[in-house]
Design a protein. Sequence first.
Lengths: 153, 153
Amino acid sequence: MLLANQPLRVDECNCNAMRRASRQITRFYDAHLEPTGLRITQFLTLAVLDEVGSAAINALAERLDIERTAMGKMAGFLERDGLIKIRPSPTDGRSRLIELTEKGRRLHAEAAPLWREAQRQFEQLNGAKNVTELRRGLRKMVVGSLATSSSED
Amino acid sequence: MLLANQPLRVDECNCNAMRRASRQITRFYDAHLEPTGLRITQFLTLAVLDEVGSAAINALAERLDIERTAMGKMAGFLERDGLIKIRPSPTDGRSRLIELTEKGRRLHAEAAPLWREAQRQFEQLNGAKNVTELRRGLRKMVVGSLATSSSED
DNA sequence: GACTGATAAGAGCATATACCCATATATTTA
DNA sequence: TAAATATATGGGTATATGCTCTTATCAGTC
């Protein structure tokens, strides 16, 4: 019962450890992508579009596990910068399809090797084994239904 | 060399895995803290202040590894809500000391068991062993000097 | 004491994220 | 077929984060 009176161990906060690491690695990858002016999230969006050709906002959001309204806003920035074009879906009047412009394709092609270098360096710094384990640990992390409700409208 | 022409494996992006997990766990902890109206970052700031009593913006930022200007802004919100008070440092005219108000102390005390519950549930969902390993993996992650330059003005 | 370099903090600008509420379209049900 | 329900998207609001540039104060050196 003495535990109740002890100060919180901020260092033991799982969420803090995660957010902290996330900020660090984001800065790392963003710095690598900096010559293209892209942030990692933007780059990944371009990458998904490059892979699937064309996708609706929600599909993109699901693929990258980003909140859909956030994805919609980011799509706006990418369109503003001429990297994507957005058009209504021919089969669903509610839906909008996003695809890369030629400019977006080129920028993606320019950014891809930079991303690969970031991946390579990250592995070099941490060891391939550690990175694989870390990614596996992240992937299998479970948060239950409490925090996933936001993914469903 | 065929690798150069293959689509990016978004699923293999370390940064994406990390950000994704960070978003998930943030939602999880935020949901637990929701009755207090605090977000996890705000709560952790209150917790550090509860622990050390009084701290300058930069010290807080360092402790939580948050960019100092971001910390300054968040301190503004906490002050606006009456949870902290900010006063000039008696020993350094450039510095401002932050400490909890009585209201902040109470809210922290209310939020602490919610945070503990989030910790407990997270461990229950993932297994204590997995959580410890995950936290260790996050803590020992290295990003080199490229992405840490932002911590130095 | 004057000057130089370092440091504390913040305003500005921009992206990222999440939730709430609303509108419009599609699907299902009665 | 009409009504009810589900779904796609976005505006609004708010916090989080990071970089750049700026101002003011402190510390060290001469």
